[in-house]
Design a protein around this ligand. Structure first.
Ligand code: CMC
Length: 445
């Protein structure tokens, strides 16, 4: 994999936050003006930060669907048009040319590294891939069938105990923690798999690149070296890049919220891994494959499954479809679909589930239910088919999502901690419980 030759990201044409106009809220016979400001890609927002102080009202926005929780210069998404950019660069350009660590540097530091910067960054990460030997003993305490997401979240949180020097609440750069997290997460992840199958842990190899080293730790044994296929390493590289950052999704918001108490980076990322696990978020990639395999093993046809996903009162969803922000084809899914066909062809494998997935997509995209709700394939729809083709076990899929998303979480944590508007995250609520009750001693209840 060659480092990207793309020029350094240029600064936005327009300064963010240029005030455009005001919005007036009329309430109880009084009017209040709130300024409207604009992001660098023209997205407008009302500044409600003084809403309660001025009016006594709070905003009620379940699921935060209309809440801009922060200003950020990391990622731009236009969900209506299906656009995704990291630090101003279209995802299509990045996915076609970059290596994952090149992208990690871009996301975390704001600009593409030049060659010496990239070498230094990769060198640092490569030299910190081993885990402290005492961490290995943690794994013995987990049951063999423990989900690797549970293990990864726990071990990442435990890194804070091994590197207390990188947990200072005043350290908003967290350089030491950043390098260790990027370096060690693949090792932590691979060890969780080795533990589940009862094989010895395999030490990292510094002569391999990031994705090849991960595959080596997953599949080599002391008796036999696993030779990493270039198709496999490249497929993982693209998948990691496409998962690397996605602004204020559930896990990233979790990382920011936890970090807003000035909790250290290890603790914040551990919380992010837990948030990612859910089937409505990163856990969807595992659920997609389970869905496809159920259909394949005679659960019913693709047509029947789509009918079930549409039925009122049935909680079944077409996993890997729909997105809070994308109301168009997820640009990541487009790239992954192509990569998926390439991998299947290059490895010369037959994939019945790829055929089922393509059939499901075809049915859904011409069905009124999905059309009217703007439901399209998301990043998780085709990624699992690649993971399966390259031999990754199903319960590791969401772990691979976490490995890909790590640079995004780190960048968002750092940006939040260095934001001049930084405050602890603390949403309000509207209390709807009982009123006017009194305490009754237990003997009188
Ligand atoms: N299958 C069937 N119906 C769906 C689906 C789906 N996958 N997704 C949304 N809908 C329906 C939903 O029932 C609702 O219909 P109605 O208006 O009749 O009640 C409407 O579409 C709007 O859905 P919503 O749940 O209000 O949308 P949301 O923005 O709150 O949820 C979502 C977004 C991704 C959680 C949801 O689309 C979903 O559950 N998808 C399946 C799980 C999935 O693939 N998750 C991965 C998301 S992308 C990567 C990531 O974030 O990790």
């Amino acid at each position: 994999m060659t480092p990207s030759a793309t020029p350094v990201a240029s600064p936005p044409d327009k300064p963010a936050s240029a005030t455009a106009s005001t919005a007036t809220l009329s309430f109880d016979g009084r009017s209040y003006d709130f300024s409207i400001f604009e992001g660098s890609e023209g997205e407008k927002a009302i500044d409600f930060s003084k809403l309660r102080a001025l009016t006594g009202l709070v905003s009620h926005d379940p699921g935060f669907a209309n809440t801009g929780a922060c200003k950020s210069s990391i990622t731009y998404i236009n969900g209506e048009q299906g656009i995704l950019k990291y630090r101003g660069i279209p995802i299509e350009e990045i996915a076609a040319q970059a290596s994952f660590l090149d992208v990690a540097y871009l996301i975390i530091n704001g600009n593409l590294p030049d060659s010496p910067e990239l070498d230094a960054f990769v060198g640092e990460i490569t030299r910190h891939t081993m885990l402290h030997e005492d961490i290995k003993s943690f794994y013995r305490g987990f049951p063999k069938d423990a989900h690797p997401m549970a293990i990864c979240s726990a071990v990442v949180g435990a890194l804070a105990a091994f590197y207390p020097e990188y947990t200072d609440p005043d350290d908003t750069e967290a350089e030491g923690a950043i390098i260790r997290l990027l370096a060690k997460l693949p090792t932590i992840a691979a060890y969780s798999y080795k533990h589940s199958i009862g094989q010895p842990f395999i030490y990292p190899r510094n002569d391999l690149d990031y994705t090849s080293n991960f595959m080596h730790m997953m599949f080599s044994t002391p008796c036999e070296e696993y030779v990493v296929d270039e198709t496999v390493a490249d497929a993982l590289n693209i998948l990691f890049i496409l998962h690397a950052e996605h602004e204020q999704n559930c896990s990233t918001s979790t990382v920011r919220l936890v970090g807003s108490s000035q909790a250290n980076l290890f603790a914040s990322i551990s919380a992010g891994i837990s948030a990612l696990w859910g089937p409505l978020h990163g856990g969807a990639n595992q659920k997609v494959i389970e869905m496809l395999e159920n259909i394949e093993s005679g659960y019913g046809s693709a047509e029947k499954f789509v009918e079930k996903a549409k039925a009122k009162g049935d909680t079944t969803r077409l996993m890997g479809f729909g997105h809070r922000v994308y109301k168009n084809y997820d640009p990541r899914a487009k790239i992954i679909k192509q990569a998926c066909s390439d991998v299947i062809e290059n490895l010369g494998v037959k994939s019945k589930i790829l055929e089922i997935a393509m059939r499901l997509e075809e049915i859904a995209l011409s069905d009124e239910y999905f059309i009217s709700r703007n439901l399209y394939p998301n990043v998780d729809f085709y990624s699992g088919i690649i993971y399966k083709a390259i031999g990754i076990p199903v319960n590791m899929y969401t772990v691979l999502f976490a490995m890909g998303r790590l640079p995004g979480w780190i960048a968002q944590w750092k940006e939040m901690r260095n934001d001049p508007e930084f405050r602890i995250g603390r949403p309000r609520q509207i209390y709807i419980g009982p009123v006017g009750r009194h305490f009754i001693p237990v003997q009188q209840r």
